[in-house]
Design a protein around this ligand. Structure first.
Ligand code: PXP
Length: 238
């Protein structure tokens, strides 16, 4: 299982004051040295953390791969086509784009997503759809000819009782297997941390996890090197 690091929260800290520190680009370059397989950023329409300069600097400087999380809106699609990330992960930013649980509302946005995927594919950018672990949504995603799905793991991460944790892991496991059978690449993320990753790595149909907040938070206490390497070690235990 590969591990891409989402650095949005570094930019959040930087933007808390009109300062240049901490620098998300420096953080990304350090994380690459310590072994992450890719860097993820979400360029939001409101630019609340990562901005366009960050994105362009990352494109120039990182040596792994760039996964741009983005809404399916013209302004950001144009930027993606210009910047050329290796992967564009389409995520909801507005209520109507959300399922009740958190992933993209694919079934009600077929035409918009088809059009967006076609535009990104024409620019040779691979596409991932951030969705719930739901078989109907996965089938619809495959029909849209997305290259990857990213399974939303927020419900698993929020589960408290042993039964709920087991049920949610099963839901993700079945979804990942189904998506693989349909020929899709399978990523997963949201709310994964140093505890809940331990069971999660047993889901062998997942190609890559995208993790941000827990690693950035831990690095405040133990430094970037230890925070990143500890997570890599946990993921590599499978
Ligand atoms: N994947 C997607 C699509 C996300 O939007 C996020 C959150 O920005 C993550 C993964 C990472 O989530 P977390 O910061 O909780 O690890």
């Amino acid at each position: 299982m590969k591990f891409s690091l989402n650095i949005d929260h570094v930019a959040f800290l930087r933007n808390a004051r009109a300062e240049l520190q901490p620098d998300p680009i420096g953080y990304a370059l350090m994380a690459e040295q310590y072994g992450v397989d890719g860097i993820v950023v979400h360029l939001r329409e409101d630019r609340r953390h990562i901005n366009e300069r960050d994105l362009r600097l990352l494109r120039e400087l990182i040596n792994t791969k760039l996964d741009l999380e983005m809404a399916a809106v013209d302004e950001i699609i144009d930027i993606a086509i210009d910047v050329q990330p290796e992967l564009a992960t389409l995520v909801p930013e507005r209520r109507e784009e959300l399922t009740t649980e958190g992933g993209l509302n694919v079934l009600d946005n077929i035409d918009l997503l088809k059009n967006t995927i076609d535009r990104l594919h024409s620019a040779n950018i691979a596409v991932s759809l951030f969705i719930e672990p739901d078989l109907d949504i996965i089938n619809a995603s495959a029909e849209l000819q997305t290259d990857f799905i990213e399974i939303h793991t927020g419900v698993y991460a929020n589960a408290v009782s042993e039964d709920d944790i087991f049920d949610e892991l099963e839901r993700v496991r079945i979804a990942a297997k189904h998506a693989k059978k349909l020929g899709l690449g399978v990523n997963a993320g949201h709310g994964l941390n140093y505890q809940n990753i331990k069971e999660f790595i047993n889901i062998t149909d997942i190609d890559e996890v995208s993790i941000g907040q827990s690693v950035i938070a831990r690095s405040v206490f133990v430094g970037v090197e230890k925070a990143v390497k500890d997570m890599i070690q946990l993921i590599n235990q499978k």
